[in-house]
Design a protein around this ligand. Structure first.
Ligand code: NAP
Length: 340
């Protein structure tokens, strides 16, 4: 395991993050406490120090398990949790990014995690309601009080993240150091704006769903069972062709499909720290094997080709000959470096 700085911060995190959405059986497809601990131990043994949970996961069991597992060496761990999603039915203020829910949710998380501080607090998703100023001011207050050390944002449009960090910077508040979103061979749309934004703003990217919830291991092509339902977009005809290609590349390289899928998300020239999910210890062991190699260019090209997406406007327009040649006078050809 090697370590990376978490975006615009001095915090050292392992190059893989442990996802714990599978800790607890409340959602029907997770691991019991014993198996969860084995997954955790395997990750820890390999040198992982970065762990991701959320107030909502498995109705609080995930945070409780994590709190117990890290208790003997709390300060070693970079503990990340999230707020935003509802903790109570039929009560509007028990969800959202507003200050009241932020402070209430964090207080509940601290109890479940049995800790006095959270290393990284994620806004779980944008609620399209609370003003960015309110969110950033609330997060900065948590940091000032020593309850939270760093802040990050998940599942939010790029323009909102840019606006929020600009506000924080100008006011001297804590800005987001990291961003979390779905990114895999089955979900490449973050390449349009989120990934270039993260590079420009020096945000660490922690992609989730790197193996498509298991679909990219090829298990469904072989008729095996798992948590992704048959009618999911992750198992449609196009996704199956991509999964088949992952299996072929893995066979050619003598590695496993999970390792190929994870390493594809890591090949970019910026900080990419996939959050690895597993419901069984052997899956975690398999995934950690990605640390032993990097994908050769040929394999990356093959995977890119089968999973290609349209970048859409304005990206395709700006790359078009009409603009590159005519409007900019061949700028990109003559200039040795350009920014995106
Ligand atoms: N911010 C967000 O909105 C958000 C959303 C989702 C997740 N996350 C975070 O990201 C983490 C990972 O997300 P994820 O679980 O959706 O994505 P994932 O890593 O793509 O999928 C994990 C699932 O794939 C299967 N699997 C894993 N390793 C395998 C292997 N070697 N061979 C065969 N199957 C394997 C298991 O499912 P089976 O049990 O079916 O075998 C496992 O639960 C979560 O734990 C959570 O921390 C964040």
């Amino acid at each position: 395991m090697r370590y990376q700085l978490l975006g615009r911060s001095g915090l050292r995190v392992s190059e893989l993050c442990l996802g714990t959405m599978t800790f607890g059986k409340e959602w029907g497809w997770g691991a019991d406490k014993h198996e969860s601990f084995k997954i955790f131990e395997t990750f820890a043994r390999e040198g992982g120090n970065f762990i991701d949970t959320a107030n909502r996961y498995t109705e609080g069991s995930s945070e409780k398990f994590v709190g117990e597992f890290i208790e003997t060496d709390r300060d070693h761990w970079v503990l990340a949790t999230k707020f935003t999603l509802k903790d109570r039915n039929d009560d509007l203020n028990f969800a959202g990014n507003h200050r009241k829910n932020m402070f209430r949710s964090v207080t509940s998380s601290l109890k479940r995690l049995n800790t006095e501080y959270i290393d990284l607090l994620w806004v779980h998703m944008w609620d399209n309601t609370t003003p960015a100023e309110e969110v950033m001011r609330g997060l900065d207050d948590l940091v000032s009080r020593g309850i939270v050390h760093y802040v990050g944002i998940s599942d939010t449009p790029a323009w909102v993240v840019s606006q929020a960090n600009t506000i924080a910077d100008f006011r001297g508040w804590s800005a987001f150091a990291a961003i979390q979103f779905e990114y895999s061979l089955l979900q490449r749309t973050p390449e349009r704006d989120l990934i270039p934004m993260a590079k420009a703003l020096d945000l660490a990217v922690t992609p989730w769903g790197a193996i498509g919830g298991g679909a990219l291991t090829g298990k469904y092509l072989r008729g095996e069972k798992g948590r992704v339902p048959e009618n999911s977009i992750r198992r449609n005809e196009h996704s199956s062709i991509i999964a088949q290609t992952v299996v072929e590349v893995a066979d050619e390289l003598g590695v496993t499909p999970a390792q190929v899928a994870i390493n594809w998300t890591r090949h970019r020239n910026q900080v990419m720290i996939p959050i690895i999910g597993a419901s069984k210890e052997h899956q975690m062991l398999d995934s950690l094997g990605c640390l032993n190699f990097s994908l050769p260019e040929e394999a990356i090209n093959k995977l890119n080709a089968v999973s290609q997406i349209e970048l859409g406007f304005p990206h395709e327009f700006l790359k078009s000959d009409g603009v590159k040649e005519e409007a900019f006078g061949g700028l990109y050809e003559k200039l040795d470096n350009h920014r995106v």
